[in-house]
Design a protein around this ligand. Structure first.
Ligand code: C5P
Length: 295
């Protein structure tokens, strides 16, 4: 028997970042939206822990004990006092180190898959707490949909979304280090105010209208990501010139996200980005999206 869990990537439609805290993290007002690019993690019983990965970016995924999915399996096993004897296979489609929480998606998928495989029936709030130990974005990856993340992003409140939004993601060559982007943010914004959720953005999500959502999108990490990767400005400009309603860096980057009016516009923006040479590849996806467990 094996269990496969499919978990979506995310885009931050609002990422408001405060000053650094004593523990080194930053308080956030982080509105997560899960988007339909997925990693799949399959958990199968094994004599000892094993980890494999396939997909276009597989060569960049660590397969040692540092892998977040492997750590998730060990953490859940330790919590229940069971052996972490499981073979995990990651079928990876989310860009690696791209600002779309692919590693967090794998951790969330591993928690859900192992919980089902071992029949440990972990309560939702315990899974969320274990997820928060693994990383700030893991709790959201467990629930998907749309949510406001406060604290370092792990304290979630559900957010209503009134319709399907069409996105284009321009995947860059190479990743960006999230801690490095936050350090650049600290240099650029020593005066950052405490973060607060945007009522206009939450209203726009509820309305389901991309024209209302477009002017409210904001990512405080964007100037920091651009300072480390100035060529992303060309990618953003290309998407806007080809009809995107809005363009922003996804999370800590370097993936750039473009909001489109509808499916046709999204495919036109993706084609223009691909032809421009300002990104490695462009992907169309819709939001919101949810995790799915298959036994
Ligand atoms: O929680 P996670 O391991 O995903 O965070 C990775 C890094 O991103 C942290 O080590 C920290 O440098 C930065 N970070 C932060 N504030 C947050 C979330 C992440 O400074 N709220």
């Amino acid at each position: 028997m094996s269990v496969t869990v499919r978990v979506p990537a995310k885009v931050n439609v609002q990422l408001a970042v405060g000053p650094p805290r004593p523990d080194g993290f930053h308080d956030l007002a982080n509105v997560f939206l899960a988007v339909g690019l997925y990693d799949e993690v399959t958990a199968t019983p094994a004599a000892s822990p094993r980890l494999t990965c396939t997909g276009p970016d597989a060569a960049h995924v660590p397969l040692d004990d540092s892998n977040l999915a492997a750590r998730a399996a060990r953490l859940l096993a330790a919590h229940h006092g069971v052996q972490p004897a499981v073979a995990l296979h990651i079928a990876k489609d989310i860009p690696v180190a791209g600002g779309m929480a692919g590693g967090s998606a794998d951790a969330a998928a591993a928690l859900l898959a192992c919980d089902a495989l071992w029949d440990t029936r972990t309560p939702r709030e315990v899974l969320l707490a274990l997820g928060a130990e693994l990383g700030s974005d893991v709790p959201f990856a467990l629930v998907g949909g749309a949510a406001l993340g406060e604290g370092r992003g792990e304290r979630l409140t559900g957010v209503k979304v009134g319709g399907t939004f069409y996105w284009v993601f321009a995947v860059a060559d190479g990743g960006l280090s999230t801690p490095a982007v936050y350090r650049a943010f600290d240099r650029l914004r020593p005066d950052a105010p405490p973060p607060a959720p945007s009522p206009a953005l939450l209203d726009a999500l509820r309305s389901g209208d991309p024209h209302a959502l477009a002017p409210t999108l904001v990512n405080d990490l964007q100037p920091a990501a651009l300072s480390l990767r100035p060529t992303l400005a060309d990618t953003l400009a290309c998407g806007t010139a080809s009809g995107a309603l809005a363009a922003l860096v996804s999370g800590s980057g370097p993936t750039c996200a473009f909001l489109a009016a509808d499916a046709g516009a999204a495919h036109r923006v993706a084609a223009a980005l691909t032809a421009s040479g300002t990104c490695r590849t462009a992907r169309v996806a819709t939001s919101p999206a949810l995790p799915e467990v298959r036994r």
